[in-house]
Design a protein around this ligand. Sequence first.
Ligand code: SF4
Length: 384
Amino acid sequence: MAGPEEFVVTPYEVRGRVDYDRLRELFGTQELTAALLSRIRRLAGGELHPLLERGIYYTHRDLGTLLDAFEAGRPFFVYSGRGPSGPLHTSHLAQFELCRWLQARLRVPMYIQITDDEKFWSRSGLTREETIRWGYENLYDILALGFDPKTTRVFFDSRSISALYPLAIRVARKIPYSSVKAVFGLEPSTNIGWIFYTALQTVPCFWPSWAEGTTVPCLIPCGIDQDPHFRLTRDIAEGLGYPKPALLHSRMVPGLLGEAAMSTTGATPDNALFLDDPPKVVERKVRNAFTGGRATVEEQRRLGATPEVCSVWALWRSRFAESEETFQRITADCRSGKMLCGECKGLLLERVHRFLREHAEAREKVKAWAESTIVTAPPSNVES
Ligand code: SF4
């Protein structure tokens, strides 16, 4: 959606300086209020995840209804996914970090969808072998965040098609072509895979209800740019007898080069920190990152810097300041001029190097059980 303020946010493009309050109005989503956050805090044992505490998740659809049901004893499940076209970067982790936290704190199941088929249809430069390979690489990275193998299930589309298809055909019959065309901007030359894919992406939102023969609410944490995808799902849910999935939307993590989101193309790989970047590359990217600092040291000491426009501060905010105390101290020292950008980047680099080292070890370990999470058959108790 393009706003009059000249920012663009669609499922496939985020551009310009996004006015997130205006975007919420344009999309018609609801504010994530202090009252809702305090309900989550209480249910989670007294703490909030930093992504919630620091306002990165900021709007929702029907979260209150989902929490009402949960407090009344009706469990929900969490769903998120990844279109595998290349390595993950740190901002991809935001949605999965929150999912993992919800799984652990609220003891709810997690469903992950790896849409290797969608990436094959939408990226003409990728082969089937590549989308499958990236699917596994991305899955290892996601599971390595600490998902519980006992309550995590994965739909790896091309592997899980016999599990998805019986429900996908029911879903597909409810989605008008005109709706898919409007959301995805399909052209006469678009391949037909894109059209059917919407049905496949909808299936996990309803799968537990289908499997259990009851209504199981679904929560989808996602970037707000993905909201249009799930509006389609919500539109058809009740017609199939399933609850509309609730959504929790995040702001985009800005890119290292100062762009609106940490997305990359082949031309701007330095806009993001990839999980497989070698230490020297990480060092170069962070040292060259766009900041909110002043032109001279003297000015910065005297006037302070502006964290809100700084890509380094965005990294502290989204994942690398482990505690609220650390985050508040960094923000205050930046604003007052006590800390200069070089020192700040050095501190961040220590955290990033440590995270990438520990993450690489964790991802090796999940390879032993990742395959066991992939769903390959429809539920045994339903007519397929
Ligand atoms: Fe960004 Fe750190 Fe510089 Fe502040 S001190 S503008 S947070 S790099």
